[in-house]
Write a protein that binds this ligand. Structure first.
Ligand SMILES: Cc1ncc(COP(=O)(O)O)c(C=O)c1O
Length: 387
C-alpha cells in the first residue's frame, strides 16, 4: 500500500548535521578514519555534580510525570538566572521548560503564523526555522547576513523587508552556522521596528554563554520588548547536556497557556530527573563552564589560524558559538561538492554552508567542538586534498 502523506508533511526538511553524521558513521563502519567537525555538540562530559544530582533524583523516585511547563523550582531558578543574564526581571510564570530548545521553535512558529504571513529569517539559518515555517504554510523572507560585517545583517535591507504581513522576525545570536554576534545597535533597530510594526521577535539565544569577543546582548533587555519577545535558550550547549533534552523559553505570560497546550499535546512534560540535573547546573560552581568556554575560544583561534593558512580558504574570526564559517569560493567548487569530497576522500566531516540557506553557498561550517589535535589534523587533510 502507498500511504499518501499530507502535503504539509512533505514540507519538513532535515538537518544536514544529522545526515552527514550518519554518512560519516557508515564510512567509519567500513574502517575509514573520520574527523567529526559536523555536529554541534560540546565534546565535554556533562559536569559531574549535574549527573550526581540526576542520579540522586532517580534514586529518590523522581521518575514519574512532572508538571507540563516544568518543575516550579526550576522555572523560578531559570527566571532568576536568565533575567540576571539579560538585565530584566522575570518570574517563573514567564518561563516554560521543554525537552530541548527545538520544540520551542515549532511552538513559536505554529502558534503565531500560517498562510499569508511573512517571517523574516536570517540567511543562512538553523535549518529547523525554514523547515517549520514551510510546514505551517507561512512565507520565508530571507535576510542575508554579510561576511564583511561579521555575519550581521544590513539595517537598511532589514527595514526594507518589513511589510504589513510581517508577523515574526527570527534572531539567532550568537549565530549558527556563522558564529556571528549581533550588537546592541543591531538589536535596537529590530526592537524599534517590532514596536512600530507590531510583530513578535523570536530570539534564539541557545549560545548565549558562548561569546568570546564583546558582550552578549539580548533584545529582551530593550524597553518594550519583553511584551513581544520569545527568547529560546537551554542547557544543551552551555552545560554540555545535549542528550538530556532540556530547553526553555522566556515568554510573555499571555503566551504561556498556548505553549503549555503544545507541550501537553506533544510531550506532556520534561523528564523529571533531568530537571533536577538542570537545577544543579544553575546553582553549582560554574568553573567547569568557564573552563569549557575558554577552551572553545583557544580552539577557535587555532582553527581560524590553520584555515587561513590553506591557500584557497579564508575564514573570519567568529565571535561566538562554536562554529567557524569558512569561505571556500576560491577553490572553484560548490560548498556541497567540497563538503562531500572532503568527507569521502579526506576523512573530514563538515557541513555545506548552502544547506543553511542560499547566502551560505560558498562557505563550509566547521564545528570546533573537537580536540586541538583533531582540528590541526583536519586542516592538514584539507590542505593536502586541495593541493
Ligand atoms: C540555533 C540553534 N537553536 C536550537 C538548537 C536546538 O537545541 P536543543 O538541542 O536544545 O534542542 C540548536 C542545536 O544545534 C541550535 O544550533
Amino acid at each position: 500500500m502507498m500511504i499518501r502523506l499530507h502535503p504539509r508533511a512533505q514540507e519538513l526538511e532535515t538537518e544536514s548535521a544529522f545526515k552527514v553524521l550518519q554518512r560519516a558513521r557508515q564510512l567509519e563502519s567500513k574502517g575509514k578514519d573520520i574527523i567529526h567537525l559536523e555536529i554541534g555538540q560540546p565534546d565535554f562530559p556533562t559536569p559531574a555534580p549535574i549527573c550526581d544530582k540526576a542520579k540522586e533524583a532517580i534514586d529518590q523516585g523522581h521518575t514519574g510525570y512532572g508538571p507540563t511547563p516544568g518543575l516550579p523550582d526550576l522555572r523560578a531558578l531559570i527566571a532568576d538566572y536568565a533575567g540576571r543574564q539579560r538585565g530584566v526581571e522575570l518570574t517563573g510564570d514567564e518561563v516554560i521548560v521543554t525537552p530541548g530548545a527545538k520544540p520551542l521553535i515549532y511552538y513559536s512558529i505554529s502558534a503565531l503564523v500560517g498562510p499569508g504571513d511573512e517571517v523574516i529569517l536570517p540567511d543562512p539559518a538553523f535549518p529547523t526555522y525554514p523547515s517549520v515555517i514551510k510546514h505551517v504554510g507561512a512565507e520565508i523572507v530571507p535576510l542575508p547576513l554579510k561576511e564583511e560585517t561579521g555575519f550581521r545583517f544590513d539595517p537598511d535591507e532589514f527595514l526594507a523587508k518589513i511589510t504589513p504581513k510581517t508577523r515574526l522576525v527570527f534572531l539567532n545570536s550568537p549565530h549558527n552556522p556563522t558564529g556571528g554576534v549581533l550588537t546592541q545597535e543591531d538589536l535596537e533597530i529590530v526592537a524599534k521596528a517590532a514596536i512600530e510594526n507590531d510583530f513578535v521577535v523570536v530570539s534564539d539565544e541557545i549560545y548565549s554563554r558562548l561569546v568570546y569577543d564583546g558582550k552578549f546582548c539580548s533584545i529582551l533587555s530593550i524597553p518594550g520588548m519583553k511584551e513581544r519577545t520569545i527568547v529560546i535558550d537551554g542547557f544543551s550547549k552551555t552545560y554540555s547536556m545535549t542528550g538530556w533534552r532540556l530547553g526553555y523559553a522566556l515568554l510573555p505570560s499571555e503566551l504561556l497557556p498556548t505553549f503549555e497546550l503544545y507541550s501537553v499535546n506533544i510531550v506532556s512534560c520534561v523528564s523529571t530527573f533531568s530537571q533536577y540535573g538542570a537545577m544543579e547546573a544553575l546553582t553549582m560552581d560554574q568553573t567547569p563552564i568557564t573552563e569549557m568556554v575558554n577552551e572553545f575560544q583557544s580552539r577557535r583561534d587555532l582553527l581560524v589560524e590553520h584555515l587561513n593558512a590553506i591557500p584557497s580558504i579564508t575564514c573570519q574570526i567568529p565571535k561566538g558559538a562554536f562554529y567557524a564559517f569558512a569561505n571556500i569560493t576560491q577553490t572553484g567548487k560548490t560548498s556541497q561538492q567540497l563538503a562531500e569530497e572532503l568527507l569521502e576522500h579526506a576523512g573530514v566531516a563538515l557541513l555545506n554552508g548552502g544547506s543553511f540557506g542560499e547566502a551560505g553557498e560558498g562557505f563550509l561550517r566547521f564545528s570546533y567542538a573537537n580536540s586541538k589535535e583533531n582540528l590541526i589534523e583536519a586542516c592538514k587533510r584539507i590542505r593536502s586534498y586541495l593541493s
